[in-house]
Structures are given as C-alpha cells and as structure tokens.
Design a protein around this ligand. Sequence first.
Ligand code: COA
Length: 147
Amino acid sequence: MEIFRMNPDHVASVAAIELECFGKDAWSVRSVAGELDNKLALWLVALDGDTVAGYVGSQTVMDETDMMNVAVTAAFRRQGIAEKLVNALVEELKSIGSHSLTLEVRASNAPAIGLYEKLGFIQTGLRKNYYRNPREDALILRKEWKA
Ligand SMILES: CC(C)(COP(=O)(O)OP(=O)(O)OC[C@H]1O[C@@H](n2cnc3c(N)ncnc32)[C@H](O)[C@@H]1OP(=O)(O)O)[C@@H](O)C(=O)NCCC(=O)NCCS
C-alpha cells in the first residue's frame, strides 16, 4: 500500500468510495475533481497497485488545516490504511507550514473516533445537531504540532 497525492486518474474511485461511505452527503465526481484545482486543498490516496483503497482530503488556510474526509473502502478496512493516510497527511502539512488539523465527526462514528483518538486528536468542541440524515451531533477534534 502506497500513499500518493491525488491526481485526475484517482477522482472517479475517490468519488465512488465517497458514495459508498457517505451516501447522500458524498462529494460528487465534480467536487472531488475541483479539489485538484484548489490551491488550498491537499488530498492523498492509498493505492494497492492501481486500486484506490482510501483517501484523505484537506484544506489549509494559513497554518490551520481542516480535514474534509477520510475513508477506506470496506474490503480494505482494519489494515492500518486510514492511520497511514492521516499520518502521511500530517507530514505533508508540516512541510507546507500548517500547525493543526481539525475535523468534525458524527458522535456515533466509533471507528473514526477510535482512529482519531489513536492518532492523538483531542475533542475541542461539540456542534449540536450538526448532521442531517440522520440528525446527529458533531464532535470537533483537533491535533496540533510544532513547526
Ligand atoms: C474510519 C475509517 C476511515 C477507518 O479506516 P481503517 O483503514 O479501517 O482504519 P485503520 O485500520 O487505519 O485503523 C486505525 C485505528 O482506528 C481505530 N479503528 C478503526 N476501525 C475501527 C472499528 N471498526 N472499531 C473501532 N476502532 C476502529 C482503531 O483504533 C485502529 O487501530 P487498531 O487497528 O490498532 O485497533 C473507515 O472505517 C471508514 O472508511 N469508515 C467510513 C467513512 C468514515 O466514517 N470516515 C470518517 C468520517 S469523519
């Protein structure tokens, strides 16, 4: 499994994994492709040969980064791929001068919360009823590092 920056060849697979994982809230092919032209965006993919197993998307303003999404397709879960993606993202972010990574996660999303806790994220807030379909609170988690 290797981690690369997302390029146009990966967009359809990333959007398909979005649909698999997030249904109606998924980013479309067009919105994922738009990130390739977005100077604030940095998206990484995990490749098994030519197959996109997962991805992480982020946007950075000044020295603060928001994680847009991280997902791994079902057949590749529990193999450390998300952990590798987020760690690779943090290393890339250090090199571009970001000092933090912040994200929202559904309060019931135990796998994702487990992932973020393992990686040293801490809860800094709670947004009541942030999500719809189904309605649910969002935990705001954040990880910071020195330059
Ligand atoms: C959350 C998700 C990205 C994890 O991907 P993954 O590649 O399976 O995760 P990893 O194998 O790297 O797991 C790393 C750690 O996360 C935690 N974790 C992962 N899956 C878990 C699960 N099903 N239950 C509990 N903890 C879990 C564990 O701490 C794990 O470490 P361990 O294997 O040493 O116990 C994946 O389940 C997924 O794509 N879910 C759907 C999309 C989603 O909800 N994304 C997050 C949106 S905020």
